[in-house]
Design a protein around this ligand. Sequence first.
Ligand SMILES: [Zn+2]
Ligand SMILES: [Zn+2]
Length: 329
Amino acid sequence: MPLASGRPLGACAGLVALLAGAAPAAGASNPATVPPDTSRATRVVMLGTGTPNPDPDRSGPAVAVIAGGRAYLVDCGPGVVRRAAAAAAHGIRALEADRLSIVFVTHLHSDHTVGLPDLMLTPWVLERRVPLEVYGPPGIKDMTDHLLAAYAEDIRIRQAGLEPEKSDGYKVNAHEIEEGVVYSDSNVTVTAIAVPHANWEHAFGYRFEARDRVVVVISGDTRPTEAIARACNGCDVLVHEVYSIKGFKNRPSVWQRYHADAHTSTEQLAGIATWARPRLLVLYHQLFWGVSDEDLVREVHRGYSGAVVSAHDLDVYPLPAEKAHPKKK
Ligand SMILES: [Zn+2]
Ligand SMILES: [Zn+2]
């Protein structure tokens, strides 16, 4: 699967380009020939664009914001570590398994968290020596505690046997968050945005402001909310979940009721995007219900004239070059 195949369907094709220096040449298939990506510029890598539907071409929801050479994950749907490995094999070194050390969970729905034990344990087996930092809604601590208990025998056997890795890298520091700034380091400041999602008491989107002033907002699962538009407010990339309004009309009424309460239609997203004014709107967690990527984008464009792409796994969105300068204080 080609990396960085962001299919620019909107008016701003230049914004979605091959990752400079890291993308394979046309026809190249051997990742070993790909030069490592040494850029410290902020980028967004779509590790998983799927939903609970087990589409083999779409891993479960997971997005990586790469900033200052470090990967900050949002969600850990099924397949997350293998998709990260695929991106790493194509040059994005920050996504090598042993460097996956922080994740921000939007909510505790299984499609967004089934990859959590993978993210906790696989990088440890591959010699990650630091605990995984997990930020998420109340309940995330119980989830990680229970997962560690479930895998206690694996952890014990690996540590007692001949496997050389004896570090504490399997451990987890779980941080239960509220809305507001939840994390900051020399690369990014991360703000949690409370969003409405069916009957979840706690669900979040995340806003990343990188040191190079790039702002990325990721909606998580949400029905339409001003909170996301306000958090974006002219941001560089808005990654937003979506369902097809055409497909919705053919859904059984009991499911229509649920989806209207939990998710955002193309029509509603057009309104959100018009208000939010992102430089690029990226559709993910797409509920197609029989329509194509192009149809989804067309549906959004009925009410929104900005740049829109319907993401695929392993798409990479480099951020605008003119903003890729450290902030002058
Ligand atoms: Zn979901
Ligand atoms: Zn959900």
